[in-house]
Design a protein around this ligand. Structure first.
Ligand SMILES: CCCCCCCCCCCCCC(=O)SCCNC(=O)CCNC(=O)[C@H](O)C(C)(C)COP(=O)(O)OP(=O)(O)OC[C@H]1O[C@@H](n2cnc3c(N)ncnc32)[C@H](O)[C@@H]1OP(=O)(O)O
Length: 220
């Protein structure tokens, strides 16, 4: 639970698309791989030959133990495998920060996170493409929270100040307008009181999705 300070009164938020740890341990494995991701991209080493051998052995073992599943089908928005592989929120995707969102009763989706050197663009700053990717996901989550989802057709990001690395960041997004299959969302990214970036996005619910079941259970 968290509180929405701007409203002047405490409003509780619920974890959104909670992803319980996978029974196999894959979620914990992804956490350890994220540690390695940050260390390898942001540190110097004398000699890693022994660690490379270990990593190769580990990759071979995981490959042998894996039963790969194909990419999710279009009608499986929100099923655990779909969420888990997501490059922004996927708890089992080591490439994902991951971003954990909460949703407020008014539909605002919020995520607090800190991005390390593996997300660096300009020196000391978060890569602008990473900001855009996180915004895209945040707007997608705002659509999901409003139970009206679509695909991105237009995403306009305004970068107002550098987004610092290793600093608590706050993303917020909400769906603002719906006109038939067209959805409009907006969001902001703050580092403390500084507005680093804002976004406006337009989404369209594909024609084929209207025949499908958009209200599939949102699980993780
Ligand atoms: C429930 C569980 C949820 C779980 C969520 C987990 C989170 C996941 C979050 C993931 C988040 C990540 C998200 C991602 O990464 S989404 C991936 C990136 N986006 C895409 O790949 C989308 C590619 N585009 C398409 O596939 C088609 O264009 C779609 C299917 C979207 C629409 O093709 P369709 O044939 O169906 O529709 P239409 O062509 O009749 O158009 C309909 C209306 O829209 C208007 N229009 C169209 N384009 C534009 C435009 N650019 N500007 C302004 N207007 C535009 C158009 O004029 C028309 O208006 P009107 O003439 O009716 O007035």
């Amino acid at each position: 639970m968290t509180e929405q300070p701007d409203s002047g009164e405490a409003v509780s938020a619920q974890t959104f698309l909670d992803q319980p740890d996978h029974a196999s341990g894959a979620t914990e494995l992804a956490r350890q791989l994220r540690r390695i991701r940050g260390l390898v991209s942001g540190a110097d080493f004398e000699d890693l030959s022994a660690e490379i051998e270990l990593a190769r052995e580990l990759a071979d073992r995981i490959e042998n133990a894996a039963t790969p599943h194909p990419p999710a089908q279009y009608d499986s928005w929100g099923v655990p495998e779909h969420i888990a592989s997501n490059p922004v929120i996927g708890s089992r995707n080591p490439a994902a920060p991951p971003l954990d969102a909460v949703v407020f009763p008014d539909g605002t989706v919020r995520a607090d996170l800190t991005l390390g050197v593996e997300f660096q663009g300009p020196p000391g700053c978060v890569h602008g493409g990473v900001v855009a990717m996180l915004f895209d996901e945040m707007l997608g989550l705002a659509n999901a929270a409003a139970e009206h989802i679509g695909m991105t057709v237009d995403l306009q990001v305004t970068y107002s100040a550098p987004t610092p690395l290793d600093t608590p960041l706050r993303f917020e997004a909400r769906q603002e307008r719906v006109d038939g299959r067209k959805l409009w969302c907006a969001g902001t990214l703050h580092a403390g009181d500084t507005l680093c970036a804002s976004v406006r996005g337009m989404f369209v619910t594909p024609r084929w999705m209207l025949d499908g079941d958009q209200s599939k259970p949102i699980e993780g």
